[in-house]
Every structure is written in structure tokens, then in C-alpha cells.
Design a binder for this molecule. Sequence first.
Ligand code: HT7
Ligand code: ZN
Length: 873
Amino acid sequence: PHPIFLHDYQPPEFLIDRVDLAFELDPEQTMVTARLELRRNPAATRGDGTVCLHGEQLELEWIALDGHPLNPVDYRVERESLTVQRVPDRFVLETQVRIHPAHNTALEGLYQSGDMLCTQCEAEGFRRITYFLDRPDVMARYSATLIADKTRFPVLLSNGNRVASDDLDDGRHRVRWEDPFPKPSYLFALVAGDLRAVEDSFTTASGREVALQIFVEPHNLDKCDHAMRSLKKAMRWDEERFGREYDLDIFMIVAVSHFNMGAMENKGLNIFNDKFVLARPDTATDVDFDGIESVIAHEYFHNWTGNRITCRDWFQLSLKEGFTVYRDQEFTADVASRGVKRISDVRVLRSHQFTEDASPMAHPVRPDSYIEINNFYTATVYQKGAEVVRMQANLLGPEVFRRATDLYFARHDGQAVTTDDFVRCMEDASGRDLSQFRRWYEQAGTPELHIQTSYDEATRTCSLIVRQHTEPTPGQPVKAPFHLPLAIGLLGPDGRDLPLRLAGASSPDAPGTHVLELRQAVETFHFVDLPARPVPSLLRGFSAPVKLSFDCTDDDLLFLMAHDSDGFNRWDAAQTLMQRLLLNLVEDAEAGIPESFFDAFRRALRDEASDRALLAEVLTLPAESYLGEQMAVVDVDGIHRARTTLTRLIGERLRDDLLAVYRDNGESGPYAFTPEAVGRRALKNLALGYLMQAEDAEALARCQAQFAGAHNMTDVMAALRLLVDRGGLESRQALDEFYRRWSGESLVLDKWFSVQATSPREETLTQVIQLMRHPDFSLGHPNRVRSLVSAFCNLNQVRFHAADGAGYRFLADRVLELDPLNPLIASRLVKSLIRWRRFDPGRQALMRAEIARILEREDISKDVFEVASKALD
Ligand code: HT7
Ligand code: ZN
């Protein structure tokens, strides 16, 4: 397989103005007839009188040009293309192909999920439906006529408006859809099935009525309320915050069970992994409710950032994904808790994106080459892309940023554009020069900021020397400095923010946060008029996606934890402190934990005024995988031992306070998904976790009672997890009971698989291997694979990285089994192996051997090939 390069981009030789599709739908074989109106692109730089269309796994039945059937000498069918010779500048091309949805295990193109048929076209799935110029800069108006058996497929959906329907003589029916908006092929969708809809409506700011429909299988009708509420919230928020109104008369969501990713923003017909639609308090956890709210919002927001304005090519993926993630993060921050949201976003960034940036798959937010684009739906493109938009928003300030996004929507509506076009709008609206800032799109790697602070009593000056450095990444040995905002505050001895006055500035800023703009590899800043040595609070709100190190004592961290006016930095100080204690314990299992730590923890537990959700975040120990990242060589077993020890010590030393917190935050009344109630449950279950690690008898009784008596899945799962991690008879009984109760609910059953796969108990891998043979397990069901196999490999550091290499062998076996079925899922799994350089020589050798074994397989997909081969480069 060969890479594709950004610098090779050429505009398409032909444009397609209209597409009329007709589908005779049947799972075994579907006939697709396409009528395409093509014309030569005036902007094209070359052309040789032929047109070459993408197509994969299509059986061509017939082909006609301007109404005349073509002779075989006039066209050539290859494995991935159809070339037609001697075409005029403007013509109509008609084709009919046969495809086989029931045998489509890759879940790209048209496929079967349970009893329904659905499509997934992003990024390059449309070419598995019909021959086409399957690239995002070819935007066309579509109609789709769907014909199917009326009993099996009473509901037939596609993009846009339903314009006609009738019954045919043979038990089939026909529905025609027309989408008035030009769109790229990756946004095409159809769904056929025996579905029911929950319906509602939304009146837009300009007074238009939009019909809202969520389609599900009949037994799931009672699990759509939260999704519908989330959708309406998102629609209103986008009007208020970004001035974006919905543009069609109908907006549909369909929940399907077999889905490669989270959801898909097809124009007017979003298709969702059912995990991000279906929720009832007794079947879904707070994390699930949260995920549904933000994924529904994310896909809805794509209607403007992705659909109305799309990407010129797939290297620009972050144009729509980074901006849309930024928008969904801001939405959640506004409708829930801004502080808690920032913490959870930064957790994800650090655990997924920073690790990716330090891996052989490191790539810029705008990659410059790829072998398989599916491998680039990554934390870098999504989460770092969102941070890059956030930095621009912060550099411009809210009003100017809004002017800049308005300009972007006005200037580029209906176009396929680049990240550079986006930045130009930021520049044009603000008058600022962002040329250096553009490096965030071009250079991979996480910048490291090292800050040295000093205080000079004589001049009452606090100086900051800031150094930035970015390690080389594959293909980019040398990095130029980034332009980045560094938000800081200085705390006085009473814990309050001091007024900040940069040397040379005429007047001080008000007390609070000051944003420094960095541009050089080394820069020095002097703050004057400071009566005493301040404690610096750096990178407030995580103002840039960097790794920060600065010279501060444990006492400084305790001080920041207690006083920083920036909630994010209070949390970060606690994390840094706990990280120090834990890494000390890894080095020396006998190392003591200072009393001051337990005192601070106790004070926090007793602080009844503080936000429970924020408190739960502050009191959560850093994850094992995150601790591993902080070490030169990951000490898998040492980290697990240290974290278990500190958890137990907290449980023992703070027993009474933890029990009090557990009791005080119990459920009262029916389930509510409010920030306050979610925070209470999080804190209560965190306290229970510490107590259970201390083997407390009362805690065990409470945990069992919670498992048996809770009416919400958050509390049931929290208790089940603790029982399973403890092991023994109680664990088996709880698992059996859970299975009996929930074996008919696929999404709940996923939880049953993953709670077992992520247990740190020694027997977990044996258990996972047994579960692979469970009648409810199937490699053809991505959610199930994620709940068992990916959960074990990605969320269970201590067992996956067992020193004998059994975890690695298990993973490689699954990759080899999955690759012929679903390369996208297989290749995501390989990513768990690629960071082998982070481990000790024994593990390194075992991991590399498994990657090599994967690469030895003939006919490996290009998805898996790209990841595995880059891992060994
Ligand atoms: N734009 C979508 C990304 C996507 C995808 C979704 C489902 C299955 C396969 C997919 N390939 C790419 C989802 C999003 O980011 O909104
Ligand atoms: Zn997206």
C-alpha cells in the first residue's frame, strides 16, 4: 500500500451537479442505479478525455453515457475504479451495480445491522454503494428512491425531504427523498427497517417548525427521552451561541446496534451507534447520559461545521472535527459544569492525545500523508484540533471570535475548504497575524514548557523564564517554536490573586488571570510591585495543550489545591501532588505518605460547600496509565502496587469521613441527570471505592446493598465493579444476577463484559478468553468487541502488560481474526501495541514480536498494515 500526500492535492477533473439514486433493497443483494450529471471542472489543471470513478466491491450490471449503453471497449473496471474513455465536457452517466449488504462485515457502505439496512459513507464508504467521484470536494444535489419489501422494511429513510411514496404490486413499496442542499458523498445515508419513532418538534429562532424524529427498534422506544431533550438543547444553544439555525424541515436520528464509531452526521439523517441514543436511568450510567448529550450535540453541530461547510480533502478533517469538538465541549460546559468539563476534557487529551503524539503514529492536526484515512480519526485530529480552535478563541476573545466564526460561515457556506481558510477568517476578523500560530496545524508533538520562577525581594519582582521545546516526531526531526497563550495568576500569602503588572506596563491588570503570548523558544517575563514571594498558578484552565513542568514544592501544591481561584489548577495541583506521592511509592514501596496529604484530603472531604463533582475529580488518584506516562520506563507492576496501596491507606486512614460522605450523598428521590446529582453519585461511589480497598466490613455490606437495591445503573455498576475487583463468591453471585436481569439488553450486557475485562485480578485474561466463547460474544459486533477485547487491552494496564506477554498474544490473535471481517476495528486494536518503546526490554521484545507476527500475515488490510508497519519503523 502507498501513502497519499497532501502536497499532491489536485482539484477534481469533473464535478457532479446532480445524483439520482434508486435502490432495490434486499440484504442478500441490492441493485443500485445511479444517474450522474457530470461536467468538466473549469478549475481542473489536467484532463485526458477520460473520467475515473471510485468503486469497490461493486458488480457492474450495465452502464450508459447520455442514454447510450457503452461497449466494453469504452470503459475499464478495475478493483477500485471504473474508467470511461472519450467523455464529452458535459454528460450523463448511468450505472447499475449489485451489492451484498448482508455480507458486508466491514460496516462501510450499505450493510445489515440486526434486521435493518443502513449506510456508513464517511470517509470512503460511498464507493462501496455506487461508482462515484467519492471525494469531499465534489458536492452534488441528491435524490434517492428506495424500494423494499413493505413488511420487512416499512420505514425507508434518506437525506432531505420525503417527496413521494407509493405501494408496488409485489408487496414492495417505494419512497423518494430529495435533499435540496449540495453535499459531498460521505454525507449520503439511507436506512430501511421495521422502526418506530419518537417525535417532537422545534421552532427555530426565525420561527420555522422543524419535525424531530428518533427512530429505534420497537422495544427501545422507552429509551429515547434523554436523546430528544439533548437534541433540542443543542439546537437552541447553536442558535444562541453561534447564530446557527437548522435548515431543513425535518431532522432524523436512527439508532443502530452495529456501528464502527460513535455516530455519523449525514445530512438530515444522523445515524448513531445505539449506545449514544438509548438511555433509561436503570439501563444507562451518568457517563452514558453524558456521552449521549454530547454526541447528539456534536453530530447536530456538524450540520454547519462539516455539512454546510465541508472539507476540501481528508487532510483537512480537523476543519470539521476539531471545530465541532470545540463546539460540543463548549455546549457541555454551558449546560453542565464548566470546571468539571474542562477537567474531563484535559484528562482525555492527556491520556489519549499526548500518548499518541509520543507514539510512532504521531501526526499533525492536519496530517500530511496517510495510507488509510480511517486511521486518522484520532485524538490528535479531534481533541488537539479542538484545543487549537480553543486557543484561537482565547487569543481573539469572545466577541471577536464570534465575528470570526460569523465570517467563516458567511464566506464559505456551500464550499469545501481547508484549515487554512478557517485561520484566515480568524485573521481577517481580528486583524491579527496568525502565521506562526499555523504551526499548530503543521507540527506534530506535544510542546514541553519548562518554567523557572524566582522572586527578588529587593526589586519586589517575580521573574518567569519560560522555555518551550518539542521532541522530534516521525518525519519531523526539528520543530520551530509555537505561538501559544499562557494564562497565569500569582497568589499572595493569603491565597488571593495579586494584581499583575508586567515590567514596563503603565498600569497593573486587575487581580486575576493574565494571558502571556509565547512565541520564542526562551522568553522571560518580569512581574513587578509584588510585596512578597507569590505562588505562581501557571497554565490556568489549561490554556494550551502542552506539558508543563515548573519548580514547585509539595507545599506550593497544597497551597494551590486549597486556594487557587482557577478550579482547573486546584485539580491539577492535587493531581501533581498525588502523582509525586505515587511515583515515590513506585520507587520505594516503604516510602511514607506525609500527614499533610491526609489532612488536605480530610479537609476536602469535610468541605460541604464545594461542588461535589469537582471534589470527586480532585480526590481521584491519577490512572495507572497516566502514571506510566510520567516514568522513563513504565513500571507496570510497581504502579499497580503503589496505586492499590495508596487507595487502601486512604480508605483506612479516612474511614469515618469517607463513610460520612457515602451516607450524606445517598440517593433520595427519583434519578435526576443534573450536575448536582451526578456529582453526588460520583463522590459517593469514589468514597465507597476507597473503603472497599481497605477491606472494610461495613463497606462490603453497603456495596452489596447498593448493588441489590439501586434503581439507577450508575450506582449498580459502581457497586458491581467493586465487587468484581474484590473477587470471591460475592463477585460471582453479583455477575450472575446481573446477567440474569439484563441479558436481553445488549448495551447493558456490554457493561457485564467490560466490568470483567477491566478487573485487575490475576485471573482476568483467562476470564476474558472464556468470555470470547460466551454465546453473547461476537466478533461481528463492534460494541461487544470494544466491551471485551478493547476494554482489556486499553483499560487494564496491569493485566494487558503482563510480563509473560500473554496479553499481547491475545491481542494479536484478535487482530488477525478481525482484520478480514472489519479492518477499521482491527486497526484500532493494533494501536494498543505500538507504544512498545515505553516498556522494559522484555516487554518490548514481546510486543514487537506480536506486531511482526501481524505484519507477516498475507493480505493484511491497509488499515492494519499502516499502523503495524509504522510501529516498527
Ligand atoms: N464524522 C464521523 C466520523 C466517522 C465515522 C462515524 C461512524 C462510522 C465510521 C466513521 N468514519 C468516520 C463521526 C463524527 O466525528 O462526528
Ligand atoms: Zn465529528
